[in-house]
Design a protein around this ligand. Structure first.
Ligand code: FAD
Length: 497
């Protein structure tokens, strides 16, 4: 099958890219692993559970999704994973056997040289495409500490998914800990779902006057988000939820599941103040330290990355119109930096317009492109402030990892094993070398959980500026699907003699 434009991700970035491209006559094919479009921020319950709209500050998201659903030019594949990008002459040739694919298929259509590998309810397939937008969003940043893998310990987005998508309460008595502002929104959502909030522990100190003033200066155009955050805070205060700043979680314990957490007071660099540790009884611990861009598909496609700590770590390099280093491949939304839904949508629009211009050579789009660049600049002003104010302290987080702490939960590798490896000849100095030696990152999550922790150990507590090489398939795919794909290719593709 072929499509003139494939977009991976139906969050605000992917949806906005599809709408911009469709408005100018293209027919995008949008792929998403979820059963409904909307991405993380606009996650909704399935129709059987009442459908539910998008919350307060994100009414614009509801309109975006309505236009997305109503545009007959946009085709969607839900519950479908994009697990690799092939370019003619390299990996595609590996799948299709010696000789590789011709640039013209049996149907006589010209191939662009890019193909996206999918796996969904119908099995695996390759889609040839003229352009690809990678709008794969972000992951929550895992922060290991003793007990973080116990049942009952959840990420903020995971807890939110229970409430938003399933109308379920993940625990009865909950402690929330971390440093990201999402934590307060999730506390409010859990409260309204009937949970008791034992404490919200925020690692950074209370906002200073200077930080509040900076926030106010960045607020124009973002009043709805600020109002929503203020309303959540007010509801938490009314419910007498203790919000403790300069407080960090240092451990979680329990027999078969979480029973209690250990909290400690910290200084401005989040270093634990000796003697300040205390315990709280709870059956749910929700962690929210922020997000890391999901860049593995972009990296596997050959796009260049750069390290940007304020934007969440490794981000996809791109020009001002969202073109990556790989011709035909664009990036939008969180893979270019964790900067929120509004900036993601603005980047998506810009990428969609750039594709229209690049594919169809339409210079008349200049005014629209300039407007999209303006929207992006406004969104960036706000996200830059949020990222600066809530910046992580990686050294302090690294100090929470005891020798016994699991860093790779899939392969059950503890910090001691990695530290021992790093301290012995030949003294490996790369995350990839650690992966080869002790299997961190070789499990089902392919490093999404442990990459940062391993890089942090390699960096001995400094900035974890390393990553595992992203290889095909970037997400788990059944072998049977790959075998079927091999037959499909053999049957439908002409080979060089
Ligand atoms: C768990 C979680 C919860 C969040 N909750 C909030 C919130 O409440 N409020 C807020 O302001 N921000 C929230 N964020 C931040 C939020 O992600 C962004 O602000 C915004 O959604 C970014 O939009 P996006 O389009 O870049 O990515 P997303 O909205 O994350 O959309 C990316 C989409 O790509 C899909 N995808 C990824 N990889 C593949 C693949 N290989 N194949 C197929 N599909 C793929 C995903 O299923 C997802 O639907 C959350 C983030 C996460 C990770």
């Amino acid at each position: 099958m072929s499509a003139e434009l494939v977009i991976v991700g139906a969050g605000p970035a992917g949806a906005a890219a599809a709408l911009a491209a469709a408005r100018h006559g293209l027919s995008p094919l949008v792929i998403d692993e979820q059963s409904e479009p909307g991405g993380q921020v606009f996650r909704r319950p399935p129709p059987e559970l009442d459908g539910g709209g998008v919350r307060g500050a994100y009414r614009w998201g509801e309109r975006l999704l309505e236009r997305f659903a109503g545009d007959s030019r946009i085709r969607c594949r839900s519950a479908t994973t994009a697990w690799g990008v092939f370019q003619e002459g390299d990996a595609r040739a590996q799948i299709e056997g010696p000789g590789g694919a011709r640039s013209t298929g049996r149907d006589g259509r010209r191939r662009s040289g890019l193909a996206v590998a999918l796996h969904g309810p119908g099995g695996a397939e390759l889609i040839d495409t003229g352009a690809l937008v990678i709008a794969t969003g972000a992951y929550e940043l895992p922060v290991p500490f003793p007990g973080w893998t116990l049942p009952g310990v959840l990420s903020a987005g995971g807890a939110q998914a229970f409430v938003k998508a399933q109308r379920l309460r993940p625990a009865e008595r909950v402690v929330l800990a971390g440093s990201h502002p999402l934590l307060l929104l999730v506390a409010d959502q859990l409260l309204s779902a009937g949970a008791r909030i034992a404490e919200v522990a925020v690692a950074r100190p209370r906002l200073s006057l200077r930080e509040r003033l900076t926030g106010v200066r960045a607020a124009p155009g973002h009043a709805a988000v600020m109002r929503e955050a203020a309303a959540a805070l007010l509801r938490l205060r009314r419910a007498r939820v203790p919000i403790r700043w300069s407080t960090i979680v240092t451990g979680a314990a329990g027999e078969a599941a979480l029973e209690r957490v250990r909290l400690a007071a910290v200084d401005t660099d989040w270093r634990v103040r000796p003697g300040s540790e205390r315990e709280l009884v709870c059956d749910g611990l929700v962690l929210g330290y922020g997000f890391a861009p999901a860049v593995e598909l972009a990296a596997q496609a050959g796009c260049g990355l750069r390290w940007s700590a304020p934007d969440g770590g490794w981000v996809v390099r791109h020009d001002e119109d969202m073109r990556t280093d790989v011709p035909g491949v664009y990036a939008a939304g969180e893979p270019t930096g964790v900067t929120g839904a509004e900036q993601a949508a603005a980047e998506g629009t810009l990428a969609g317009l750039a594709i229209v211009r690049d594919l169809a050579g339409r210079p008349a789009l200049e005014a629209e492109i300039n407007a999209a660049r303006g929207a992006l600049r406004r969104a960036r002003r706000f996200s830059a402030v949020v990222n600066e104010v809530f910046a992580l302290r990686p050294e302090a987080l690294a100090a929470l990892v005891s020798h016994d702490t699991l860093v790779c939960r899939c392969e059950r590798v503890r910090a001691a094993e990695v530290r021992q490896l790093l301290a012995a000849p030949p003294f490996p100095r790369s995350a990839n070398a650690v992966k080869l030696a002790v299997r961190t990152g070789m499990g089902l999550c392919q490093g999404r959980y442990c990459e940062r922790a391993v890089a942090q150990l390699v960096a001995a507590g400094g900035e974890p500026q390393q990553r595992f090489t992203s290889r095909l398939p970037v997400k788990p795919v059944p072998l049977s699907a790959l075998a079927a794909l091999d037959r499909t290719c053999t049957q439908t593709t002409q080979f060089e003699p």
